[in-house]
Write a protein that binds this ligand. Structure first.
Ligand code: PMV
Length: 326
């Protein structure tokens, strides 16, 4: 038995196609250079101790699946991490006390795949500690199971990206890796407004019920962006990628998921010289992404901050889950 393992996994952003993906159109997502880190040590007790450093919360969980009272908010926040440990212990039929320390650079509740990144890094760290060598497909699958318990119907994008890194095309549940030629410099702007993805998906659904022909054509138009974006990603054409982001934002606005706070950050980024900017994920709050040249990232980040957003300078990460130390 090793006495310490550190693993990490990246967060994600949806570049194009949120919401329309729910109606069968394709979407593109990429892994970010911001990561979640899990450090795990073996314990001689029967407990799983979890310390989530960013939230300043610590708790002990049982090593077997048991009904526990999750009403206390801090236990609810740690539940996905406990679940990820249980997935590994059950899959390998192992009993092992564990002590975990989670540190994350990915903001939570903002559509950046933070919970999947934590689940994936935890599964990698715990499986390595107990000497199990999981193929990446198994890591992604177990993280999906852990996400399912917490998120009901995850699309599978977040756990796939956190495991494999890079960029993926997602359509009707099928996930394919795609080629990206250039670095993709991004600035994320967090509105700081938490949102619930399910509510926004329902909002689009009811708009579609009322204006079926109009909304169907907006959704189809978003779908038309994807082949053009794939070509531009393949050629490293940042100018076109930015224009396509602006078009996608206009169509998301038509779907009713943009807000004043989102629009403020988007216009600030565009005015500061971004190639393009749009909301990412469900909308209603959460984050925007701005595509810029590497030289302009700082200026765009400052403009976002001046409008009250929390900026995060990042780029695509080709690397998925990895062992940092053992
Ligand atoms: O908010 P996020 O990043 O989990 O993204 C939601 C994306 C939607 O298309 C709105 C919903 C979905 O399940 O695909």
């Amino acid at each position: 038995m090793l006495n310490k393992v550190v693993a990490s996994a990246p967060g994600k952003v949806i570049l194009y196609g949120e919401h329309s993906v729910v109606y069968g159109e394709p979407a593109i997502a990429i892994a970010l250079s911001k990561r979640a880190y899990t450090t795990v040590y073996p314990l001689n007790t029967s407990t799983i101790e979890i310390n989530a450093v960013n939230y300043g919360i610590k708790a002990e969980f049982p090593q077997e699946r048991k009904k526990i009272d999750l009403k206390r908010k801090k236990l609810k926040i740690l539940q996905p991490i406990w679940e990820a440990c249980l997935q590994v212990l059950e899959y390998t039929n192992t009993k092992q006390g564990l002590k975990l320390r989670i540190e994350s650079e990915i903001p939570r509740g903002a559509g950046l795949g933070s919970s999947a990144a934590v689940a994936v890094s935890t599964i990698m760290a715990v499986s390595t500690l107990i000497g199990a060598k999981f193929p990446l497909q198994i890591i992604s699958k177990l993280a999906y199971e852990a996400e399912k318990i917490v998120h009901e119907t995850p699309s599978g994008i977040d756990n796939t990206i956190a495991t494999f890194g890079g960029a993926v095309l997602f359509q009707k549940g099928n996930i394919t890796k795609i080629n990206v030629k250039e670095n993709i410099p991004l600035v994320i702007g967090d509105t700081g407004i938490e949102r619930v993805t399910k509510q926004l998906v329902l909002k689009v659904k009811s708009l579609k019920e009322k204006y079926n022909d109009i909304i169907t054509s907006v959704i189809k138009s978003i779908g038309l962006i994807i082949p053009k974006a794939l070509k531009a990603l393949n050629e490293g054409d940042l100018l076109t990628l930015g224009e396509l982001m602006n078009i996608n934002q206009g169509l998301l606005d038509a779907l009713g998921v943009s807000t004043r706070e989102i629009a403020k950050l988007i216009y600030a980024a565009r005015t500061a010289g971004a190639y393009g900017a749009k909301l990412t994920g469900a909308g209603g709050g959460g984050c925007i992404i701005a595509l810029t040249s590497p030289e302009k990232q700082k200026k765009v980040a400052e403009a976002i901050e001046n409008e009250g957003g929390k900026p995060l300078i990042t780029k695509i990460s080709i690397k998925g889950v990895k062992i940092e130390e053992k």
